[in-house]
Design a protein around this ligand. Structure first.
Ligand code: FPP
Length: 249
């Protein structure tokens, strides 16, 4: 992460620091369409998408947001053409290797969540290295959902609770929302406040199904590679105009 001009690192005047989301998640959609609009191969869209993600992470860190979760690869994405899947796996690995030193220096704590055991072994090694190297960083938590599915996350939480009941560690009546959340990938992160989806689709696409319960959802037509600091600023402005009622009046 390179140094930004001071004016860009400061929270814009029209945003209230006290009412920023603590945890933002992004569905980074529209890479393929961005590339197609420019008569480029789809993979160029993913490549440019990495730059948008880097910028957003830096912006969240600069503006004081505690956690950013990005949907990089869903359990359904294996259904894409093999060359695209292979490109994405190699891209994740290459970006991790290239960015690790800067993430360490900038205080980013990176986590990967999802069914990581199915990823290529060399990517798993890079993931483990990055998580270990940044484990004590405290500026921002950056969560990358890879081979992630919200239903699968909920099922694995149910399984681990059932195992604890089976061993007698836990009684069924002890299972409440707090207990359940302890078995989700997002344990230890602030509650999700804002979910952003780019490229206009009004879907949650199996992302953070439990965590989205009281999040504000913001959908923009902007394609992910075009999602920049101004677009994020607009999303935050929109968020700060919402009345969050959490089911109350
Ligand atoms: C969806 O757009 C995008 C993806 C499935 C990949 C997102 C991944 C990145 C931006 C790279 C992130 C990198 C790291 C290291 C975390 P799409 O292909 O579905 O676009 P379309 O709907 O226009 O076809």
């Amino acid at each position: 992460m390179t140094t930004q001009p001071k004016s860009l690192t400061i929270l814009p005047d029209d945003l209230d620091r006290e009412r920023l989301p603590r945890h933002v998640a992004v569905i980074m959609d529209g890479n393929g369409r961005w590339a197609k609009n420019r008569h480029l191969p789809r993979i160029m869209g993913h490549q440019r998408g990495v730059d948008s993600l880097k910028d957003l992470l830096r912006c969240c860190k600069d503006w004081g947001i505690q956690a950013l979760t990005a949907y990089a690869f869903s359990t359904e994405n294996w259904g894409r053409p093999v060359p695209e899947v292979e490109f994405l796996m190699t891209l994740f690995e290459r970006v991790l290797r290239r960015e690790l030193a800067e993430m360490v220096a900038e205080g980013v704590q990176i986590h990967f969540v999802g069914d990581l055991a199915c990823l290529p072994a060399s990517l798993q090694e890079e993931i483990n290295r990055a998580m270990a190297a940044t484990a004590h960083n405290q500026k921002i938590q950056f969560v990358v959902a890879t081979n992630y599915g919200g239903r699968r996350e909920i099922i694995q939480a149910c399984r681990s609770l059932a195992q604890r009941v089976q061993t007698g560690e836990l009684q069924p009546e002890d299972i409440d929302e707090r207990q359940f959340e302890h078995h989700l990938y997002t344990v230890g992160l602030p509650d999700l406040d804002l979910l952003i989806r780019t490229s206009g689709e009004m879907r949650v696409s199996n992302f953070l199904l439990w965590q989205v319960a009281y999040a504000e959802i913001y959908v923009t037509d902007t394609l992910w590679p075009d999602f920049d600091r101004n677009a994020f600023h607009e999303a935050l402005r929109n968020f700060q105009h919402r009345q969050r009622r959490f089911g109350r009046l």
